[in-house]
Write a protein that binds this ligand. Structure first.
Ligand SMILES: C[S@@+](CC[C@H](N)C(=O)[O-])C[C@H]1O[C@@H](n2cnc3c(N)ncnc32)[C@H](O)[C@@H]1O
Length: 200
């Protein structure tokens, strides 16, 4: 057993609401590429709950990769693959195809180039009809921002001027430019959204 496993309290809170959406939108079998897996707790939970899918976690951060690997080793989930070093902003990804792409809580806490790269990569990898699933907080045109999200946005921008809650309409436009059409937006606990796109 290694000590590299990290824990994010939010992951324990949001994993089951996210899983409920995943059960509705993911294909019954195939490879799911998870971008920005972080600690790896979501990957373990989703892989265990969805045993007919192959779950491919990834992250660009070395500590995250070590944590994902340690969770995988500790839990022994057979359909959870070894994590890959993947930076969504890079033009080339170490995966050539997937039946679904999922990305939880990255878009607001990375530069906009990461979102553009995410859309380009998902557009390249996914076959027609396959989903891209996003989860996180957003701003929305014609919706007043929730006080908690406004404070979070301010905090993110103080930490890094290139971070911050994105306007959902900008994300939808970036996806559409890569052949990913908006399918549904689901309100989630704590003022988050699950946003599902399908490859045209
Ligand atoms: C707030 S954490 C979310 C982790 C996990 N998805 C969760 O919800 O617990 C943000 C993650 O995004 C990753 N990240 C940041 N920039 C990225 C990029 N350009 N490509 C892929 N992942 C990125 C970070 O390394 C970090 O693991």
């Amino acid at each position: 057993m290694t000590d590299a496993r990290r824990q994010a309290p939010a992951a324990a809170r949001n994993r089951d609401p996210i899983l409920a959406v995943l059960r509705e939108v993911l294909p019954p079998a195939g490879l799911v590429l998870e971008i920005a897996s972080g600690t790896g707790e979501h990957a373990v939970h989703f892989a265990r709950a969805l045993p007919d899918l192959q779950w491919q976690p990834s992250d660009p951060d070395e500590e995250a990769l070590a944590s994902i690997a340690a969770w995988r080793e500790a839990e022994g989930t057979p359909n959870l693959l070894a994590p890959l070093r993947l930076d969504a902003a890079e033009e080339s990804w170490p995966v050539e195809s997937a039946e679904a792409v999922i990305c939880i809580n990255m878009i607001h806490i990375s530069p906009w180039a990461s979102t553009l790269g995410l859309m380009a990569g998902a557009g390249r990898l996914l076959p027609a009809g396959a989903p891209l699933v996003l989860y996180g907080p957003y701003r929305r045109r014609d919706h007043a921002i929730e006080p908690g999200n406004a404070a979070f946005d301010e905090d993110l921008r103080q930490r890094n001027p290139d971070w911050g809650l994105r306007l959902l309409e900008d994300v939808v436009q970036a996806a559409a430019a890569q052949g990913l059409d908006l399918e549904r937006v689901t309100a989630m606990p704590a003022n988050n959204l699950c946003v599902v796109f399908r490859k045209r």
